[in-house]
Write a protein that binds this ligand. Structure first.
Ligand SMILES: C[S@@+](CC[C@H](N)C(=O)[O-])C[C@H]1O[C@@H](n2cnc3c(N)ncnc32)[C@H](O)[C@@H]1O
Ligand SMILES: [Zn+2]
Length: 275
């Protein structure tokens, strides 16, 4: 991770500022310390770990902790996922174009990819804005190790942090963009996750969400129902839109391709938040 990302982050125990004793721009192995409560957090293989021992709550979380899953994710499923789920050609370039368009006029500040897995969106963000602080957050150590490896080989300055999307270790209003690709379906507390995104986003910050809706076909709905015990859940579009609005984001672009929703927006200013 990059030392400059610490200015945007906060202690998970007390929200205090995080510092490190090294002057190096890149932290590979070592510790980061909270100036307020003195909690120390390890940096291993370039990834800052604010969570400690893994405590997967669902089957989906267990699967994400496996190194094989992290290795296979972008080599197998991810490049084809949107085409399979939308039933039309929807390659990574098409998805990336929507993501970059959503962030095109974001205000100054950090770009954050939430529940980033191996950093698919984080790499797009760092590629489009190499001068910005770009942070990727996920709770899976295996996914973050793969993300770090991919960022290094692409020479992209991304800071990866192991943390919970429901308790984001970000300073309030520090993010100029908050994005999440496909992960809301794994997070049980959707209003909580959207509220955490809104707290971290500056007024006018860009918002981008790719997520899966309830399938239209009976067979699709049956399949989704069978995935529920594993920790995956799927959304009604109107309910999701209302939740995003309630969290404090204005939706500026909303596309639905079969069960895939891609939603762009802006964080409302505090006086007009409604949240
Ligand atoms: C479908 S994958 C994400 C895909 C990735 N964003 C992309 O666009 O390819 C879901 C990810 O969410 C992460 N995740 C699930 N719940 C989380 C939570 N509460 N906090 C942080 N990460 C979480 C998992 O570890 C997993 O890596
Ligand atoms: Zn602290």
């Amino acid at each position: 991770m990059r030392r400059d990302a610490l200015a945007v982050l906060g202690c998970t125990a007390c929200a205090g500022a995080l510092v490190t004793d090294t002057d190096a721009a890149e932290l590979d192995d070592g510790t980061v310390r909270c100036v307020a409560c003195a909690t120390h957090y390890p940096v291993r293989g370039g990834v800052l770990d604010l969570l400690g021992a893994p405590r997967p709550a669902t089957a989906a979380h267990w699967v994400n902790e496996l190194r094989l899953t992290a290795w296979a994710y972008e080599r197998t499923w991810r490049p084809h996922a949107l085409s399979i789920l939308s039933g039309e050609p929807f390659g990574e370039a098409r998805e990336s174009a929507l993501l970059t368009a959503a962030l095109a006029d974001a205000p100054a500040g950090a770009f954050v990819d939430l529940a980033c897995s191996s950093g698919r969106y984080a790499r797009v963000l760092a590629g489009m804005a190499p001068q910005r602080t770009v942070i990727g957050i996920d709770c899976s150590a295996a996914m973050l190790a793969e993300a770090q490896r991919r960022a290094r080989s692409a020479r992209l300055p991304i800071s990866y942090v192991r943390a919970d999307a429901l308790a984001l270790p970000l300073q309030p209003a520090a993010a100029a963009a908050v994005v999440m690709g496909g992960s809301l379906n794994e997070i049980a507390d959707v209003p909580g996750a959207l509220a955490a995104m809104a707290r971290s986003a500056a007024p006018g910050a860009a918002f981008f969400l790719m997520t899966l809706l309830v399938a239209r076909s009976t067979a699709g709905r049956l399949l989704q129902h069978m995935m529920r015990p594993g920790g995956l859940h799927f959304f009604d579009d109107a309910t999701l839109v209302a939740q995003i609005d309630h969290a404090g984001f204005d939706i500026t672009d909303h596309r639905v391709h079969r069960s895939v929703a891609l939603i762009s927006g802006r964080r409302r200013a505090a006086s007009n938040t409604g949240a």
